[in-house]
Design a protein around this ligand. Sequence first.
Ligand SMILES: [Fe+2]
Ligand SMILES: [Fe+2]
Length: 302
Amino acid sequence: MTETFTLAHFSDVHLPPAFGSGWRHWNAKRALGYVNWIRKRRRVHQGVIANMLLADAVALRVDHIAITGDLINLGLPSEYEAAHRWLKGIGPPENVTIVPGNHDIYSSLHGDLGVARWAEYMGGENETLAFPFVRRAGPVALVGLNSAVPTPPFVASGRLGAHQLEIAGEQLAKLGEEDTVRVVLIHHPPLPGLAPPRRALSDAAHFAHLLQRGDAELVLYGHNHVSRVDWVQSRSKSIPVVGVASASAGITHREEPLGCYNLFTFFKSETGLRIRHVVRGIDEASGEIKKISESVLTPSLP
Ligand SMILES: [Fe+2]
Ligand SMILES: [Fe+2]
């Protein structure tokens, strides 16, 4: 029997800052982040672009949407609330899964709920969260990791930590006993060398080591605002590790392209798993959405 399932992968939406919070949440990190938004990022990240791309995915009748973090910018309570309304507009939690990015877990919150407002979209309920989480969507098991930790100004690094790595390893191995496609969601580039130390996952080497056990079929990430495919070799297979550009980029910025998203179609049959990978995004010439690239990712035996 052949089973098909489509998963759209968005990231780094960076919705415009929403205000309404008291002064107690403002500090050097948020003030500098806001200056960066005003001087540079507000021209790049345009919510209308992300909404156009999401509408495109919905029109293509994707089965599930995954968003690998950086929904907001400064980690203000009003931003979490605005992003929650935006999430609800995309779809119910059973159709949308997110993991947090460094802009979603940004700085001290003084007891505010923060990303816990989005718990239903991260496998939690009643504003409680636990990472890693496992969510089922058709033949896919989404394993959501939290790589975001509050950092000082000018630092955007991440960390999984020994406990999360250990639990993720156990969960992925257990899921391997089932006939399921294991898709890992993480914000930071999860392999060594994919980001400079100031922006990197500090325990990427540990995570890469975990992947070398072969207990995943696909890894998705954001953060770098560029699209890219790498492979992790294990004894049993090659695992594609796929990054995606910002979904809201309305202009190009340095090496960052216009907004796009990944569209994966999983074909499972007795002969194995094939993953069709299409990048859909804004065409620079026409301003319309088109297919940017297409390939087939086969987590094959080496
Ligand atoms: Fe980002
Ligand atoms: Fe990020």
